[in-house]
Write a protein that binds this ligand. Structure first.
Ligand code: ADP
Length: 172
């Protein structure tokens, strides 16, 4: 009788260990690649038009509702040096001085957002550069004004995200 109880005790112990192990394996794989999804970080700037309209909270809520987490955040007034670097790809365009003026016109919120396929999903949540072309339901469609005043910047690739995170936070 006692041996029977011991044997059952052993079976329960082994089962508990096996279940615990499979839960640990499942939660490990949640933080890595599952199918086509990748944990990514993206650099977001809530631009001066967003700050002046006092809708930063609404925009951040949209990101959080899309299962994106804030990995880092700060308020910063962008100077000419960092803006020249950040918008170097537009330096040859006639509206470049206007962008530098606009982006430096008041302190902005810089965020690192993290989540599955964060980079492309955030760009979809934003909508296209021109707020007038952005559909209702997108952030720029609902809150943006025009091509320049379009509420938020978001990294457009893994490479730019890495460079922008180093540019604004000095880390990977
Ligand atoms: P996005 O921010 O959508 O990635 P770009 O990298 O092409 O777009 O441009 C950077 C920013 O420069 C835009 O978000 C916008 O604020 C401004 N911009 C882009 N095109 C124009 C334009 N034709 N006129 C005025 N501002 C522009």
């Amino acid at each position: 009788m006692e041996i029977g109880i011991r044997r059952w005790g052993l079976v329960v112990l082994v089962l508990t260990c096996l279940i615990g192990r499979s839960v640990a394996i499942a939660s490990d794989s949640d933080t890595q690649h599952t199918g086509n999804s990748f944990m990514e970080k993206s650099l977001i700037i809530l631009k001066p038009d967003c700050m002046q309209k006092r809708i930063a909270g609404k925009i951040i809520t949209r990101f959080e509702r899309a299962d994106l987490s804030i990995a880092d955040c700060k308020v910063m007034r962008l100077d000419e040096k960092i803006l020249n670097e950040h918008y170097a790809h537009l330096a040859h365009l006639p509206f470049f001085p206007e962008i530098v003026d606009f982006m430096g016109s008041c302190p902005v919120i810089i965020l690192i957002l993290e989540g599955d396929n964060a980079i492309s999903r955030i760009r979809t949540l934003l909508g296209p550069t021109d707020s007038q072309q952005a559909l209702p339901g997108t952030i720029r469609g609902d809150f943006g004004t025009d091509k320049m005043r379009n509420i938020a910047h978001a990294s457009d690739s893994k490479e730019t995200a890495e460079a922008e995170i180093i540019r604004f936070f000095g880390k990977k």
